[in-house]
Design a protein around this ligand. Sequence first.
Ligand code: NAI
Ligand code: MG
Length: 357
Amino acid sequence: STNRVHRIAVIPGDGIGKEVVPEGVRVLEAAAKKFGFKLQLDNFDFASCDYYEKHGRMLPEDWKDQIGKHDAIFFGAVGMPDKVPDHISLWGSLILFRREFDQYVNLRPVRLMPGVPSPLAGREPGDIDFWVVRENTEGEYSAIGGRMFAGTEREVVVQETVMSRVGVDRVLKFAFELAQSTPKKHLTSATKSNGIAITMPYWDERVKEMAKSYPDVKWNQFHIDILTAHFVMNPDKFNVVVASNLFGDILSDLGPACTGTIGIAPSGNINPERKYPSVFEPVHGSAPDIYGQGIANPIGQIWSGAMMLEHLGESEAAKAIVTAIEKVLAEPKLRTRDLKGPANTVECGKAIAEALA
Ligand code: NAI
Ligand code: MG
């Protein structure tokens, strides 16, 4: 029915974010028209270095009131290192969204698409198709620790890993449910309980416990070192891979790298309870080196839009967008320059919107 309305905060940010977000919006609007839902899109100019230059900060004081009630945030990229140091632009915007909106799942599909050569020899579309679920709020990336006797021979630094039962269980639950919803119903957990002998055995213990609630999901676990090797040697063996913050950070870059260009990889920073809006954004950054030329690949942004629609319950539309992306990628003349094609950002975006309609 047409009374499904999704309220989206649209934040292009910096650099090619400003070029690819309009293409993402184009495809979202085409999907809304075709699948009979409405989008209320509100544009925001903050979380950008232009905003910082005007206001001396990345976000307005009341940013949470402005975007905290939306159903989702459709984000481009942030960062213009020549204008604003990266730690200020990133920590003053995206990292705040992730923390304050408790987006404890970072979700990335790893999928080899037609027309995108894999750096792994002999792999075809269909061979690589899995999800990386990364814990996004605790684990190895904690603020607990410090430095003592700085600058002396007794200098000591300590940084503690933090794993809470709530924090571990909720990301495992998300991953098991995702695995259960897929045809293969398989889950892999990343561990290192042989070396990190306190927190990682705890992680494993919680996996085993959570698995009891999903008897139809088959699961296994690997130590992170051999798991990275399997990503390269046997990427066809994975379905859903769940990992702590640090391991997930590594795996969620390694996975997409095995499937070709960074220009097409999407991601979600998700608050599964929907207490707060989730952020959907391409994996790539603002690419200052190509900004202004209109040649950026818009597919990472467009695919992020598909993930957003899935999160909003528009599964059919989400799948249709991914299919449209595959159709366009299979056509050499519609590919952008990063894929050795002649198309520009707008041409590629329009082609996907048309393939969808
Ligand atoms: P980047 O992802 O912006 O660019 C890396 C390389 O990939 C560049 O050569 C770029 O031209 C190319 N590239 C990226 N996206 C592309 C696309 N859609 N189509 C074609 N080519 C593409 O990473 P980099 O250069 O390390 O960072 C640039 C800025 O972006 C920095 O300020 C950084 O902090 C920020 N950044 C922001 C992220 C975010 O908003 N989530 C994520 C990563 C970086
Ligand atoms: Mg990373």
